[in-house]
Design a protein around this ligand. Sequence first.
Ligand code: SF4
Length: 120
Amino acid sequence: MKELVCIVCPNGCVMTVNSDGQSITVTGNKCPKGEQFAYAEETNPTRTICSTVKTAFPYAPVLPVRVSAEIPKNRIFDVMCEINKVVLRQPIACGDAVITNVLSLGVDIIATSNILKQSS
Ligand code: SF4
């Protein structure tokens, strides 16, 4: 049995999750999304990452980025290491891939700002 706070909406329901290896029961959730969240946390927890990459441009030394889809929670550190290796030397637009298929996870790292295009 463990306690889990649902992060799907601002209500932040505190749920109790019981798992016997074959079935999962959830209590304390105010809606079905909490149960879905708890099940995902027990079987395949995922997260999104928002971060920045370095650039070679003095007017914008960092560019905000995010993952194009959620990644396994246990790969966050590995993906952050890849993000931290990047130094952009060409202007890119919002939505452009900074890293394609990062660590073969089927997810891209994409720019979330046009600051490099607007200033070039
Ligand atoms: S269980 Fe439903 S109401 Fe409660 S935090 Fe999750 S999404 Fe929100």
